[in-house]
Design a protein around this ligand. Structure first.
Ligand SMILES: [Fe+2]
Ligand SMILES: [Fe+2]
Length: 226
């Protein structure tokens, strides 16, 4: 049975398992909040209706994803959590993105959000989904899980395609974009490092996530890995 997108079977898990799953949802929630804020601000960068609508729609979807993860985490640990992994790294990532958004930098913000952060989210969510199924934990009802996975994939593809269109005929990526890319990737490496222990609890290896993530990116982006 689903309650606000959360399967009620989760409430009957052992206390430690409930806390760890709640931490995982709280970790994901931070990414959704950042994506909501970013997509909402990006939507005004574009003059054409299609891009504006896509981004406004993305913002609505991110707000829904955030609500699902917030309610899932809150239902599992009603008294709250003492520590949420990735807090500092998400804050720093948000500051980098905010600098881009303040100067209406559409390419830099698409790179930071839809291409990189959502590319990572795509890999992580697919593994988490598979891991939950393997452990016999439904987590969130199947319909909601598939809906979120499909929407995240669409956001990531939108970012790659729009970035490529803005790049146009230019084959050379500017030094500024390469530097931005390296800054984003450095924080993403730190972010995943901060979650190692949590993912290890679920028998997940974040090093494999990172390899998969880099393989999924455009070649010039993965070349910025240090
Ligand atoms: Fe999302
Ligand atoms: Fe998204």
């Amino acid at each position: 049975m689903c309650l606000d997108g959360v399967d009620v079977v989760m409430i009957f898990l052992a206390k430690n398992e409930r806390q760890q799953i709640s931490r995982l949802f709280a970790f994901l929630l931070q990414g959704e909040q950042l994506a909501f804020d970013c997509a909402k601000r990006q939507s005004v960068f574009f003059t054409d209706t299609w891009h504006r609508r896509f981004l406004a729609n993305q913002a609505r979807q991110e707000r829904f994803h955030a609500a699902v993860f917030r309610s899932a985490s809150g239902m599992l640990t009603p008294k709250g959590l003492s520590a949420i992994p990735g807090k500092r790294e998400f804050e720093q990532y948000g500051m980098l993105l905010s600098e881009c958004l303040q100067r209406n930098d559409s390419m830099g913000s698409l790179l930071g959000m839809q291409i990189l952060l959502e590319g990572l989210g795509d890999v992580a969510l697919n593994h988490i989904d598979a891991g939950f199924e393997l452990r016999g934990i439904d987590g969130m009802c199947q319909r909601v899980r598939y809906l979120i996975l499909g929407q995240e994939d669409a956001h990531h593809q939108f970012g790659i395609n729009t970035f490529q269109n803005l790049l146009g005929e230019e084959s050379e990526i500017s030094a500024q974009l390469r530097q931005q890319c390296q800054d984003y990737l450095e924080l993403i490496e730190q972010l995943m490092e901060s979650t190692k222990e949590l993912f290890h609890y679920f028998d997940e290896n974040t090093d494999l996530y990172m390899d998969e993530f880099y393989q999924s990116l455009p070649v010039w982006v993965s070349e910025q890995r240090k």
